[in-house]
Design a protein around this ligand. Structure first.
Ligand SMILES: CC(C)(COP(=O)(O)OP(=O)(O)OC[C@H]1O[C@@H](n2cnc3c(N)ncnc32)[C@H](O)[C@@H]1OP(=O)(O)O)[C@@H](O)C(=O)NCCC(=O)NCCS
Length: 212
């Protein structure tokens, strides 16, 4: 039996912003997530990369409050293999639900989807302090080596230390990694737009990991 490499997990620094964007775009393209949720990104790949870079720099600089990026790499390489974006949320219902007016590189279908996601998050977590995992992504060439699990363990340790559950919405095909790491489906699924994929029957699943 071959053992899996041990990934190092650390908080992102500003110099990681572009590498994180690269992992996001490659993994979400391969999983057809961008084609569903950012269908116009393919028409402007440079603009899409620049948009990710800018947002990542802002998050790493503390521009979105309690939103953080983590990165995972092998001990003998600084090349980032996987990334996770998570947020410390004290009260999902602290401010009233606001209509989504714009989804970058998306259209009306995507606006409706992101609004429903927000509703689902509020419905499950309400005023319960928790962590929300917004993004988990591993470069396609690095998948199946435990990189995402290393990131999930890191976030879980942080959440456990504070007695907080973790909430996420799992993309199609990503359930196994969450089930393996202590998450349970919370009882709701949401249909995601077909975008440019032509595939209709796909859903995201709300999942929660209670404190260990
Ligand atoms: C989901 C994703 C992050 C998993 O990353 P990863 O680094 O390959 O995950 P790990 O290697 O830690 O996998 C852990 C376990 O999950 C399972 N698993 C992971 N991806 C799987 C898949 N696509 N199908 C079946 N099982 C899978 C494996 O069984 C693995 O268990 P093992 O350790 O016994 O082999 C990665 O496939 C990805 O980036 N997908 C595209 C983006 C995405 O969908 N992100 C989730 C958004 S919510």
């Amino acid at each position: 039996m071959t053992s899996k490499p041990a990934y190092i997990v650390r908080a992102a620094v500003l110099a990681d912003a572009a590498a994180i964007a690269h992992v996001q775009i490659e993994s979400f393209n391969a999983a057809l997530c961008n084609q569903r949720l950012r269908p116009f990104a393919a028409q402007d790949p440079d603009g899409f990369l620049a948009w990710h870079n800018k947002r990542n720099e802002s998050i790493i600089s503390g521009g979105e409050g309690s939103m953080f990026w983590l990165v995972a790499h092998l001990p003998d390489s600084q090349d980032i293999a996987a990334v996770a974006r998570y947020e410390r949320v004290d009260d999902a219902c602290a401010v009233p639900l606001e209509p989504v007016t714009d989804v970058p590189f998306g259209g009306p279908e995507q606006i409706q989807f992101f609004e429903e996601l927000d509703r689902m998050h509020r419905q499950f977590m309400r005023s319960r302090p928790h962590y929300c995992l917004h993004i988990l992504a591993t470069l396609p060439a690095r998948q199946g080596q435990g990189a995402a699990s290393a990131l999930l363990r890191h976030v879980s340790d942080i959440a456990d230390a504070q007695g907080r559950p973790i909430y996420l919405e799992a993309a199609p095909g990503s359930l196994p990694v969450y089930l393996k790491n202590g998450f349970t489906p919370a009882g709701a699924v949401l249909r995601i737009p077909a975008g440019t994929t032509g595939i209709q029957d796909s859903v995201v699943t709300a999942m929660i990991r209670e404190t260990a």
